[in-house]
Write a protein that binds this ligand. Structure first.
Ligand code: HEC
Length: 125
């Protein structure tokens, strides 16, 4: 019976997390993205790497940006799931990253950011 209870608890956590991505609002996300623009632009490397083409990209893989060794060696591929974890605290996910950012505590705000990034960083066809 113990397994059943643990399984149910895990299932509840998963369903609590997944719809948050689906419920992301790109317009609210665009506003939330202003806090990223201190360091990031969609199409240009500034303090941080450009975000164009982010989804499906290997972390730390732009040839013309000087990443930390930690991020280059992280083996992460960016998607909604990995970005959600990254945005909770980059240094928690990748110790040694040079993205100095405390994180976004609110799951809805992270979902909004991810929805915005999904739309805004698409590569031209
Ligand atoms: C204080 C500056 C700063 C802020 C604010 C910041 N970033 Fe970053 N970001 C960086 C730096 C620097 C890196 C490169 C990290 C490394 O090489 O370890 C980075 C890397 C990233 C990466 C990895 C990109 C890649 O090519 O692998 C993502 C994704 C990212 N940031 C998203 C965000 C988002 C979304 C926000 C806003 C919620 C944000 N960042 C806020 C500085 C910042």
């Amino acid at each position: 019976m113990r397994h059943g209870i643990v399984g149910a608890a895990v299932a509840m956590c998963v369903t609590a997390v997944l719809p948050a991505f689906a419920g992301g609002d790109a317009q609210r996300g665009q506003l939330a993205y202003t806090q990223c623009q201190i360091c990031h632009q969609i199409d240009r490397n500034v303090i941080g790497p450009r975000h164009r083409g982010l989804f499906g990209r290997k972390a730390g893989s732009l040839p013309d940006y000087n990443y930390s060794t930690a991020l280059k060696n992280s083996g992460i591929v960016w998607d909604a799931q990995t970005l959600d974890q990254w945005l909770q605290g980059p240094a928690k996910m990748v110790p040694g990253t040079k993205m100095v950012f405390a994180g976004v505590a609110d799951p809805q705000e992270r979902a909004d950011l991810i929805a915005y990034l999904q739309a805004a960083t698409k590569l031209p066809p």
